[in-house]
Design a protein around this ligand. Sequence first.
Ligand code: AMP
Length: 282
Amino acid sequence: MKIQSSPTELQAWVKKQKKQGHKISLVPTMGFFHAGHLSLMRMAAQYGSKVVVSLFVNPLQFGENEDLASYPQARAEDAQKARLVGVDFLFVPENEDLYPPGFQTEVMVKELSCGLCGQDRPGHFNGVATVVSKLFNLVRPDYAVFGEKDFQQLAIINRLVEDLNMGVKIIPHPIVREEDGLAMSSRNSYLDKAERKTALCLYKGICLARDMFKQGERESSVIISQVSKLINSSDNTKINYLDIINSRTLESVEMVKDGDRIIMAVTIGGKVRLLDNGLLSE
Ligand code: AMP
């Protein structure tokens, strides 16, 4: 596995692979790999014959009071894990490799970036869309794999690729969970033992919503109110948002239909903001 920070080296390597007839899959990440990330990499290998993983904690997508400085990192372990999964190129740029002096372009996907996480984190998705556009331009991948855990991000990337004719096939990957149901996340490492237990309320909320839907409840507000109650009854939790949305437009629904999605961000212990979502189906 090659490990490089230089965009030029990456481009040269990609050019060579393409000349040899390889199809390239890209998996953009911020590192601190867990089994979810590794599963995305394995899926990437099922599509492309060469897999590029980028590891970059993108400052553009963090707000001023967010956890950019403390975002968990484990470079050596990450490289080892990626190697074992069979990644061909691990791209680990520094800030100045992607944002040299004079950089001033921002990519914005308008409506889809406004609600949900976009409301809590103004500018976040412009940072995501900008870095992903750069990665797509550097790698020109045939495929790119994104997790459904960040469901709004996935919708925004799909829109971006279509709107700007980027010609990358976006492959969604289902949410990978711990055995008890907690969605895997690098930020789970911030949780202490008690908070880790509390964090299960997100998944329990999704299960409750699914049960209610299966039993015939169709009023979004009724489901949301029950799920809110469940989450609020857990210790030291704050719901940032909780909604039932159309999976394509991300718009709130009043009456829930098969294929809609419950989606939430919940802060645990006053500091760890976790995301989760789940499909509602009959
Ligand atoms: P991150 O390093 O958190 O930016 O995530 C990199 C990619 O992995 C994104 O496409 C995420 O949606 C995806 N991802 C992170 N955690 C999970 C998970 N538990 N299940 C599925 N995909 C995930």
